[in-house]
Design a protein around this ligand. Structure first.
Ligand code: SF4
Length: 122
C-alpha cells in the first residue's frame, strides 16, 4: 500500500458511500478475495461467483445504477462485506495511480467528502 503521507490530501471517511458508486467504476477481486468473501457470506465459491461476480470472474457485479452490489444505504453508508472487502477498497483513496494521473486525482477529490487538501501540519 502506498504511503498516505506521499499524497497531497488527507482522508477521514465520512461514510458517504460515494467511492462505492463511481460511474464507470469497477471493483476488482482476486481469487483469494473472492474465496474470503464467499466464506464470509457462507456461500460456496461457485455460488458466490454465480451471484456476485461478472462472467470474467475478476469483478463484482454492479448493484443498482453505478453502485457496488455490496453498498448498503443509511444515514451512514456501509459496506456489506466490510471485514473482507477487496484490497482496492481498503486502500481508497491512497491508490498509487492517483499520484501519477491528474484526472484520477481530480475525480477522487471531487467524489469523496472525506478527502481534504493536506496542510503544512496535516
Ligand atoms: S466491496 Fe464494499 S467497500 Fe468495496 S466498493 Fe463495494 S461496498 Fe464499497
Amino acid at each position: 500500500m502506498a504511503d498516505a503521507h506521499a499524497f497531497p490530501f488527507t482522508f477521514a471517511c465520512r461514510r458517504s458511500g460515494n467511492c462505492c458508486a463511481i460511474p464507470g467504476g469497477i471493483v476488482r477481486v482476486t481469487g483469494a478475495e473472492a474465496d474470503a468473501i464467499a466464506a464470509h457470506l457462507g456461500l460456496s465459491p461457485r455460488a458466490f461467483a454465480s451471484r456476485y461476480l461478472q462472467p470474467d470472474g475478476e469483478r463484482l457485479k454492479d448493484g443498482l445504477g453505478t453502485r457496488c452490489v455490496f453498498l448498503q444505504d443509511g444515514a451512514k453508508a456501509g459496506c456489506g462485506i466490510y471485514p473482507v472487502r477487496p484490497a482496492k477498497c481498503r486502500q481508497w483513496p491512497f491508490w498509487p495511480e492517483v499520484l501519477t494521473d491528474p484526472a484520477l486525482r481530480e475525480l477522487v477529490e471531487r467524489t469523496c467528502p472525506g478527502v481534504a487538501p493536506r496542510t503544512e501540519r496535516g
